[in-house]
Design a protein around this ligand. Structure first.
Ligand code: SF4
Length: 399
């Protein structure tokens, strides 16, 4: 299969227009590739050795393409307002010129394309002026506030904010939801949110494969309530291939039974994501993470028994040099006890010390932190078999 894909890629012309039902791809040589969603808004581009990802909030992240995924930490930059606008204008000009050339027969369409289809795409792409992008970014902020993070396999999920913030909000390393108070959207707010999300994404929905229930614990309500909300979402929105996903915690609310997780699975939920951080209880206590490694184990086993897959986030470097060996060993013991398989994912997330420059409260980040992170990552990658393993760079996230 891989070999076939390679051959296909080799046979592609260097410049082309590819109009699909879910997106338009415009390639001008290998060095310039633009991707627009079904509404005609730019979401991804490659240019001169860099990839550019535009977030709905208007920010554009620039990252070298040649950097291997595992080495991406600190390599991203963000375009400033002028650069971002200039980039969008140039990208749209290139796309519109390319579509005209393709309509004249001077540039190949990748597959048979009716002229009306290309004209329709031209209209959609042309409608995204800098003004419209700015209005859309304001609408995004009104709709969600901000979306500070998603697991890497869910970057293209449609975010459904069923809950605001985190019910706990006090882990020492986390400021993700510091700007908002925790509460569950009322049923009426949820109904309106679903309509607004549908309108906001428009035809861009079909580029997406799943829905993600945010914020920090999308299941933080009674079982019947979440089942009702999932039913409302299924009624209001088109079905997406990979169903629903959610962050979940191991300390709030009543513990669900395997049957209850199964009912969530039957309602469309596919994977839950848990911030485990560490299997070492002493370290968890020092970072003010509520609950224990045993509580994580119980919840994961119940969820898996109910047919859900899990994504488990592990923090790298959180204990500095002092706790590193115990952190790796006790976390590995925990992960080994969970019978993880290839539908499960372990996310390795390097600690971002930011301005605090502390790994734990009162413990300054050691100069060797980068080395500790690399060593811990290698230990986990070398010793874990069963689940998929992925790097998780929270500070480079853009939705
Ligand atoms: S439970 Fe999760 S979201 Fe809440 S403060 Fe801790 S790490 Fe952050």
């Amino acid at each position: 299969m891989k070999a076939e894909r390679k051959t296909e890629k080799k046979n592609l012309p260097e410049s082309f227009v590819d109009l699909r039902s879910e997106m338009a791809v415009i390639a001008r040589g290998e060095e310039r590739i633009l991707r627009f969603d079904g509404e005609g808004r730019l979401f991804l581009a490659q240019e001169g050795g860099f990839s550019f990802r535009r977030g709905f909030d208007g920010r554009i992240r620039k990252r070298p393409r040649a950097v291997r995924f595992r080495e991406r930490t600190s390599k991203a930059q963000w375009l400033d307002g002028h650069q971002a606008e200039d980039f969008l204008v140039r990208s749209h000009e290139t796309a519109l010129r390319s579509l005209e050339e393709a309509l004249r027969g001077d540039l190949p369409f990748l597959k048979n394309t009716a002229a009306e289809e290309a004209v329709e795409w031209k209209k959609r792409i042309a409608s995204w002026t800098p003004r419209r992008y700015a209005d859309s970014a304001s609408e995004f902020r009104r709709l969600y506030g901000s979306i500070p993070v998603l697991p890497p396999d869910q970057y293209y999920a449609v975010y459904l904010q069923v809950v605001f913030g985190c019910s706990y909000n006090r882990c020492s390393f986390c400021t993700l939801y510091a700007d908002r108070s925790f509460r569950v959207r009322t049923m009426e707010e949820w109904r309106r949110h679903l309509e607004e999300v549908k309108r906001f994404f428009g035809r861009g929905l079909f580029l997406r494969r799943s829905y993600f229930l945010g914020d920090a614990n999308g299941l933080a309500m009674e079982q019947e309530e979440i089942l009702t909300r999932l039913a409302m979402a299924r009624e209001s929105l088109p079905a997406l291939r990979d169903g629903f996903h959610a962050f979940h915690d191991t300390f709030s609310g009543k513990e669900r039974t395997a049957e209850e997780y199964k009912a969530l699975r039957n309602a469309g939920l596919r994977r839950i994501y848990i911030g485990v951080e560490s299997g070492c209880d002493e370290l968890r206590r020092r970072m003010a993470k509520p609950g224990s490694a045993e509580a994580v184990r119980r919840r994961v086993l119940l969820a898996k028994k109910g047919g859900l897959a899990v994504g488990l986030m592990i923090l790298l470097g959180i204990g500095g040099e002092e706790f590193s060996d115990r952190h790796v060993e006790e976390t590995r013991n925990l992960l080994d006890s969970l019978s993880l398989s290839k539908e499960d994912i372990v996310f390795l997330s390097p600690l971002f010390v930011g301005e605090r420059e502390e790994v734990l409260p009162g413990v300054p980040a050691p100069p060797s932190l980068e080395r500790v992170i690399r060593r811990e990552e290698k230990c986990f990658r070398d010793s874990l078999s069963g689940p998929r393993i992925s790097r998780y760079d929270v500070e480079q996230f853009v939705y």
